[in-house]
Design a protein around this ligand. Structure first.
Ligand code: FES
Ligand SMILES: [Fe+2]
Length: 439
């Protein structure tokens, strides 16, 4: 358990906050590219407690500016998308993608007042289906060479979902490998042939064993963590017998993302981004190593479970997440259906908007959570001391030199599991050498 003061330090991310200061040093997902299609590509964005509006101008370039008009505060999400910018419908003030006011049509002829009016504006970059924004000071950092960014657009599918809780509890589920044997337990195994686009439904590597069975039969993983240049590698070992060990490698990518294997074919890179302190979005890039992603199928699967335009899940607190006691007895551990996302959503939302960590009791299997909080505290202390020594990828390491990270499931010899996952990952990537051409 931790003190209330520390819980506040780690969870609050609005302007001027400590953890928010760390988040603002990194690119954060602001919207899906899919949200900007159509006749009027203008969407509201709330990110780290700031109200913004994202738009694509007539040069096809993106702008992310303050949502409240600097004149008298009207909502620029209703702005007229014209003259290569956004014009406030109240008195016609016109803003370009840098937030500069370029015209005030109602002010006296020859007025230069507009030259002194600048709205908030943040840099944005589009990468494989996600628009990333940088809300921090100075020049934004380079993007690392992660697989999800290097892969061609055809091999990456992006989606998002709204969770009604603080970002940290969402992240802490993503770095907790123990829960997969319980929260996501299936009491009966499905045919792995139907597993496309779903997590934990494939066969375990080099075997005919469904992952659902492997996780169910081996609920006590040995978990360890290794500090990496991007954050942390999390290793979960499940010893199947005296010789064979199942290795699952997942990652924490500092400050608020994870990278995990989804199936034999795909990995997931997922950001847990604060909307405000009580709500967050998960943004996922599903990256396929082998062949192009079936984006239509992946999108259709997920749109059945979410409502637009806010990507809120249809199963939620108001309908008890679809809880069915009969199903809980006979089919799934949660009784909340087969969609793993709903299980995770219940796990992160049910403790309340901000988990009361003064009452928690962390065990041995929570080692990655404990380590992550230390990393975040070190990063906060670093910024207080006006340096970036403890900010992964901003501490002198060139982000471009950071590849991967390896996210993998494999089965290897009990004493040589380290080599086993390296070999397995090399094999999986063998067709991806030309990805560097996309950098
Ligand atoms: S409030 Fe926007 S132009 Fe007046
Ligand atoms: Fe999960």
């Amino acid at each position: 358990m931790i003190s209330q003061a520390l819980n506040d330090t780690l969870t609050l991310t609005g302007p001027g906050s400590e953890a928010g200061g760390v988040m603002r040093r990194y690119w954060q997902p602001a919207a899906l590219s899919d949200e900007l299609v159509g006749d009027r590509p203008v969407v509201p964005v709330k990110l780290l407690g700031e109200d913004l509006v994202l738009f694509r101008d007539s040069e096809n370039k993106l702008g992310l500016i303050g949502r409240a008009c600097p004149h008298r505060g009207a909502d620029l999400c209703f702005g007229r998308l014209e003259d290569n910018g956004l014009r406030c419908p109240f008195h016609g003030w016109h803003f370009n993608r840098d937030g500069q006011c370029v015209e005030q049509p109602g002010e006296p002829e020859g007025s230069t007042m507009h030259e002194r009016i600048k709205n908030t504006a943040y840099p944005v970059v589009e990468k494989n289906g996600i628009v990333f924004a940088y809300l921090g000071p100075g020049e934004p950092p380079e993007f690392p060479n992660f697989d999800c960014f290097r892969a061609p657009e055809t091999h990456v599918f992006a989606f998002k979902g709204l969770w009604e809780c603080n970002w940290l509890q969402a992240m802490e589920v993503g770095i907790d490998p123990a829960h997969a044997s319980f929260l996501h337990r299936f009491l009966q195994d499905e045919d792995p042939a139907d597993s496309y686009g779903k997590q934990f439904r494939d066969k375990a590597a080099n075997t005919e064993i469904p992952m659902t069975k492997l996780l169910r039969d081996n609920p006590r993983p040995e978990i360890s963590v290794e500090q990496m240049e991007y954050g942390m590698r999390i290793i979960a070992l499940r010893h199947l017998d005296d010789e064979q060990t199942h290795v699952r490698i997942t990652n924490q990518i500092f400050p608020c993302a994870i990278s995990i294997p989804m199936s034999r074919e795909m990995i997931i890179t997922q950001w847990h981004v604060p909307v405000d302190d009580h709500t967050c979005y998960w943004y996922s890039m599903f990256t396929s190593f082998d062949k192009p992603v079936d984006k239509k199928l992946m999108r259709d699967q997920r749109l059945k479970e979410h409502r637009l335009p806010d990507y809120a899940p249809l199963k939620n607190k108001s309908n008890n997440y679809g809880f069915n006691p009969k199903e809980q007895k006979n089919e799934t551990y949660t009784g909340m259906g087969l969609d793993i996302n709903v299980h995770d959503q219940w796990a992160v939302e049910s403790p309340g908007r901000i988990t009361d960590r003064t009452k928690e009791h962390l065990g041995k299997t929570d080692v990655a959570i404990i380590k992550y909080r230390k990393m975040l505290r070190a990063a906060i202390a670093s910024l207080k001391a006006e340096n970036t020594d403890d900010l992964p990828m901003l501490n002198g390491v060139d982000p471009k030199s950071v590849y991967g990270p390896i996210s993998n499931d494999t089965i290897g010899n009990k004493s040589a599991w380290h080599e086993a996952f390296e070999v397995s990952d090399r094999e999986r990537r063998s067709g991806c050498h030309d990805w560097d051409a996309n950098v």
